[in-house]
Design a protein around this ligand. Structure first.
Ligand code: UT7
Length: 327
């Protein structure tokens, strides 16, 4: 069995910033409501001609240069996204062509906002088995293409972006992945989903105006389940490797709502200074929130090698999970 180490990170957020005041011109909302209920102040929105893979390209290139390797060195690319370029082929193969990583096996994972945590576990397992030396793991979303821009319940919450991490295969004794737990509960499918556009109900000329073509969410119910499951995941993931909350140096939670993040922090019992928050700048970028946050924290210089770092996420499905790393 090999070990894994994150040797580089990167991110990209589209240039176009949409403020809460900009949104208040389109739907009945206000900067005060959005900040008070979510903590979000602005979000980055991709240009019409930017697909999710285009957001991945600079994030991948930043991560590769941070890692000191080239695209040609990559053996594996996994992209976690719920907003792929096309139903198929998968976004990772489109990214492969754009960055020229022609040796890499490529596929995508859809686990909604938990996508990066799932992708990290899958990539780590493959790398630890010894067949892959360098893996690129990306969380990327163009959620602006999925959102109903006339629904104030959802359109104020989401943003576009991509975050990337390069994983290297290392000796078992240098392994940094201490634990990873993944979970799902498919009984709440309709609390957070896009009803139309898949094989169950294909998009047709008849349902063109149906709100089901866009992402829909029962926010209050999702909120409660997110807090409970994220907090429990952190506790369980730590307990399984005999760590306590006091051992955590940094918690990077999925960035959906600052109130969810604080409630999770309170339930876990962690000091707020150890909880990384950037939802105010990006909104909820689903699978991209954790790798974007990881890159910001790593580049700030505050995240040191050897520190205990925990990711935790919750999203549509429902899916949730936590990762414990000795960074
Ligand atoms: O990424 C993983 C999945 N997503 C999440 O984790 C998000 C989970 N949910 C949330 O973050 C919160 O539930 C929301 C931010 C979506 C909503 O906050 P809330 O405190 O749960 O508000 P609410 O849905 O209970 O709505 C309160 C009121 C309602 O009006 P009434 O019924 O009280 O008259 C809404 O119609 O706020 C109204 N409202 C708005 N008002 C102004 C809803 N959206 C807006 C808006 N601007 N954008």
């Amino acid at each position: 069995m090999k070990g894994i180490k994150i040797i580089g990170t990167g991110k990209y957020a589209p240039e176009n910033i949409v403020t809460n005041d900009d949104l208040a011109k389109k739907v009945e909302t206000s900067h005060d409501w959005i900040v008070t209920r979510t903590g979000i102040e602005q979000r980055h929105i991709a240009a019409d001609n930017q697909a999710t893979s285009d957001l991945c390209v600079p994030a991948a290139q930043n991560a590769l240069s941070d890692a000191g390797i080239t695209a040609d060195d990559l053996d594996l690319i996994i992209v976690a996204t719920l907003s792929p370029d096309k139903p198929f082929p998968n976004t990772a193969t489109i990214l492969q062509r754009k960055i020229g990583a022609m040796k890499a096996a490529c596929f995508s994972i859809e686990a909604a906002c938990t996508g990066f945590v799932y992708a990290m576990e899958v990539a780590s397992s493959m790398v630890r088995c010894g067949n892959y030396k360098y893996a690129l793991v990306i969380g990327a979303e163009k959620l602006s293409s999925q959102v109903n821009w006339s629904d104030r319940n959802t359109c104020v919450l989401f943003g576009d972006g991509a975050g990337a991490a390069v994983i290297e295969s290392v000796d078992e004794k240098d392994n940094t992945l201490l634990n990873s737990i993944l979970a799902s509960d498919g009984t709440h499918e309709e609390l957070l989903h896009t009803a139309i556009g898949g094989s169950a109900t294909p998009a047709t000329a008849d349902n063109l105006e149906d709100p089901g073509r866009y992402l829909q969410m029962q926010g209050r119910e999702v909120f409660k389940l997110a807090v409970t499951n994220m907090a429990n995941s952190v506790k369980k993931a730590l307990e399984e490797v005999n760590l306590s909350v006091d051992d955590i140096d940094w918690l990077i939670p999925h960035q959906a709502n600052v109130r969810i993040i604080s409630a999770v922090g309170d339930k876990v019992g962690i000091a707020s200074e150890k909880v990384f928050v950037n939802v105010q700048k990006y909104g909820n970028t689903s699978a991209a929130t954790i790798p974007i946050a990881l890159d910001e924290l790593a580049r700030s210089g505050e995240l040191k090698r050897g520190q205990i770092l925990v990711f935790v996420a919750f999203g549509g499905g429902f899916t949730w999970g936590a990762t414990v790393l000795k960074y």
